[in-house]
Design a protein around this ligand. Structure first.
Ligand code: NAD
Ligand code: UDP
Length: 313
């Protein structure tokens, strides 16, 4: 396949580039580097089957030659990123998705949208199944991300129904691993960096909110299987092993061998407004339709991630 990955210089996008190249595909990585970095793809420079194009996908996308698939991963993804770039986040979810779909239609390529568990908002149904419509505050600080992704899903289904574009929607739950930015503000890099530096781990609120963490290689395998499948309705991809953020903080302290204390902080800012209280994917559809489930245990995934961060803090 000849594949375009938007957001290919980001955390997940760059792992996707590696995976597709390793499978013998040709990869065009397009990114404006707003939250990504060429450091994530520097090792691919010189590959014959790899091309990087610096471009903001909210503008018309031009790609020469045929394309078999367009994988749309461009979007700020961490709460502090999309709070810093609210309008860019809305634009890439709306205009960027429109441009990427237009390209897929023109090239008769398959299209895959990187959607998110945030479409479920602060969920009233637990665990979250794909047929749950969600509980999102459109005007809250997270609304810029959540509503952009909800719009992106609606646009994807409209292109599927109206133009017959062959589309896939992955609803990705919290994913972690090497190449996350140390300062992207998400809980994994925050806690790991704090533990490695011997600083206090900052648990927001009372730490009873839950999350379920998926190691990046598992997620990438799920994305590839979804792309290869014929499933056009959304599919949750994530690890159903759920824990509270407080338990997670203890796990990071134990795995890093750190002496850091755990402190409870109550940020006044937008980071914790509408913070989902629970999150856990129901992955029945991924299991039955894709034959997929996570393989990497949380301990193993965190060990690999901690090793990666150890050299960088
Ligand atoms: P990331 O910030 O590392 O990667 C996003 C990439 O998109 C960056 O390289 C950024 O520069 C690029 N980008 C943003 N706007 C762009 C634009 N207008 N034009 C071109 N490039 C642009 O984040 P990530 O964690 O790798 O997330 C990748 C995708 O997966 C996002 O769409 C995100 O919403 C989705 N996702 C991630 C998670 C997760 O836990 N990591 C969970 C759910 C969904
Ligand atoms: N969190 C925390 N301390 C931090 C960073 C995050 O307690 O230093 C919490 C945050 O409030 C949320 C959870 O960890 O409940 C996961 O946050 P993250 O930003 O990783 O992603 P989210 O799942 O909210 O998109």
């Amino acid at each position: 396949m000849r594949v375009l990955i938007t957001g290919g210089a980001g955390f997940i996008g760059s792992h996707l580039c590696d995976y597709l190249l390793a499978r013998g595909h040709e990869v065009i990585c397009m990114d404006n580097l707003i939250t990504g970095s060429t450091a994530n793809i520097a090792h691919l420079a010189g590959y014959e089957r790899f091309l990087f194009i610096k471009h903001d996908v909210t503008n018309y996308i031009f790609v020469e030659g045929p394309l078999d698939a367009v994988l749309h991963f461009a979007s700020p993804a961490s709460p502090i990123d999309y709070l810093e770039y609210p309008i860019q986040t809305l634009k890439v979810g709306a205009l960027g998705t429109h441009k990427a779909l237009g390209l897929a239609k023109d090239k008769k390529a398959r299209f895959l949208l990187a959607s998110t568990s945030e479409v479920y908002g602060d969920p009233l149904v637990h665990p979250q199944r794909e047929d749950y419509w969600g509980n999102v505050n459109p005007i809250g600080p997270r609304g810029v991300y959540d509503e952009a992704k909800r719009f992106a899903e609606a646009m994807t289904m409209a292109y599927h129904r109206a133009h017959g574009v062959d589309t896939r929607i992955a609803r990705i739950f919290n994913t972690y691993g090497p190449r996350m930015r140390l300062k992207d503000g998400r809980v994994v890099p925050n806690f790991v960096a704090q533990a490695l530096r011997g600083e206090p781990l900052t648990v927001f609120g009372d730490g009873s909110q839950t999350r379920s963490f998926c190691y990046v290689s598992d997620l990438i395998e799920g994305i590839y299987r979804l792309l290869e499948s014929e499933v056009t309705d959304p599919v949750n991809l994530g690890n159903p092993e759920e824990m509270s953020i407080l338990e997670f903080a203890h796990k990071i302290v134990a795995l890093t061998g750190s002496r850091s204390p755990i402190v409870f902080v109550q940020p006044e800012d937008a980071r914790v407004r509408d913070d989902p209280k629970v999150r856990k994917p129901d992955i029945t559809r991924a299991r039955t339709l894709l034959g997929w489930q996570p393989q990497v245990s949380l301990e193993e995934g965190l060990r690999r991630t901690i090793e990666w961060f150890r050299d960088r803090v």
